[in-house]
Ligand binder design. Structure first.
Ligand code: ASP
Length: 357
């Protein structure tokens, strides 16, 4: 495939003496349009999305729209019983019921759709797309989302695999008094909440974003959310601006990790705005991590050095096909497929280095 990518120099993130340097918080705007040809196709995804990225790129190379490609990619993970963070096989809520969240955004038409706390439907990202295309709404939740999915012919099935049921049972049987129902506490209270039991909490999601041959950008995020959550808990994944954001003029961003922190920061829309202001995808993701670290004030969420005791990971690409990721804690990777080789895992930038054990 012929690469149409040309590096442009108008993106200014560093000041250069005498050549119209941009200072004082003012950045050169990222201006790209699909017609400029200044883009290259790329697919990125969270680390569990190697196969998803490969599938999406296969479709993009056939000339398919980025959103078709992203949904086909994440659908593989939604249907995979081995991935217990997404769709079928996802870990259930505290009552043993799998509840799924998903969102999609389509850059060229500026539309988006999501579902939250959806039960019994294996492909929430596909339902999110139908919300986008066949309603005047953006987000449907719970029973309403399920009825809507049924009306559109989605098949209901039990999403709880035997493995996930056993994991839930183990959790239930070993439940400690520290659960999500927190006692009255103030900013200085430490030592409460299930986050203490990091090994038992399970986050996981797939976010996948793509630029297609036309230079259009789309993305999707789909998850079973936080394992053993309070029924009805909605994370960041289905919230446009938090778990996913796409702007066809700029690029796309998405997240995995502690959704509560990201819901309070609305990081994906911020990452897209940082990129619009001239930041690279990686720098933009890092800024989002820094903001979360600054915003986290409750002692129960901080370690002894005042750093968040949880992780959030961000993945971003711009319209030119540049990509990057960052997480609060070191060790994160993300999947990339640029169409010329197989999907590969790339290291994400990070704020804090994990102590090696
Ligand atoms: N962000 C997701 C949520 O909070 C979970 C995850 O990505 O691990 O629901």
């Amino acid at each position: 495939m012929k690469r149409t990518f040309k590096r442009r120099t108008f993106l200014q993130t560093t000041a250069t003496a005498g050549v119209g340097a941009v200072f004082a918080g003012k950045f050169a705007e990222l201006k790209l349009d699909a017609a400029s040809g200044d883009h290259r196709p790329v697919v990125i995804a969270s680390a569990n999305g190697l196969q998803a990225a490969a599938r999406a790129m296969e479709l993009i190379k056939q000339g398919k729209d980025a959103l078709d490609a992203v949904i086909a990619g994440v659908s593989l993970v939604e249907a995979d019983p081995e991935d217990n963070s997404v769709g079928y096989g996802g870990l259930p809520n505290e009552e043993g019921v799998v509840e799924l969240d998903a969102s999609v955004m389509h850059g060229p038409t500026g539309r988006g759709g999501s579902v939250a706390a959806l039960r019994n439907i294996m492909h929430p990202s596909q339902v999110a797309r139908v919300v986008m295309e066949r309603t005047d709404h953006v987000l449907l939740v719970g029973e309403g989302a399920l009825r809507f999915a049924r009306a559109h012919g989605f098949k209901e099935e039990n999403l709880l695999t035997e493995e996930a049921r056993q994991a839930w049972l183990k959790w239930k049987e070993n439940l400690s008094p520290n659960d999500d129902w927190l006692p009255s506490h103030d900013i200085n209270t430490k030592g409460i909440g299930k986050l203490l039991e990091a090994a038992r909490r399970h986050y996981g999601t797939i976010n996948c974003n793509a630029v297609d041959l036309q230079g259009n950008v789309s993305g999707g995020t789909t998850t079973s959310g936080l394992a053993f959550k309070i029924p009805g808990r909605v994370g960041d994944s289905p919230i446009l601006g938090a778990g996913l954001y796409v702007d066809n003029e700029v690029g796309a961003a998405g997240s995995t990790g502690r959704g509560e922190a990201n819901l309070l920061a609305c990081s994906s829309v911020n990452i897209v705005e940082f990129m619009r202001q001239g930041k690279s995808p990686e720098a933009a993701c890092r800024l989002a991590c820094e903001r979360i670290a600054r915003q986290t004030k409750m002692k129960r969420l901080l370690d002894d050095d005042g750093r968040p005791n949880f992780d959030v990971k961000f993945y971003a690409l711009n319209k030119r096909g540049e990509f990057g990721g960052a997480s609060i804690w070191s060790g994160a990777k993300f999947a990339v497929n640029t169409g010329d080789t197989e999907s590969r895992l790339v290291d994400a930038a990070f704020l804090y280095k994990r102590a090696t054990r």
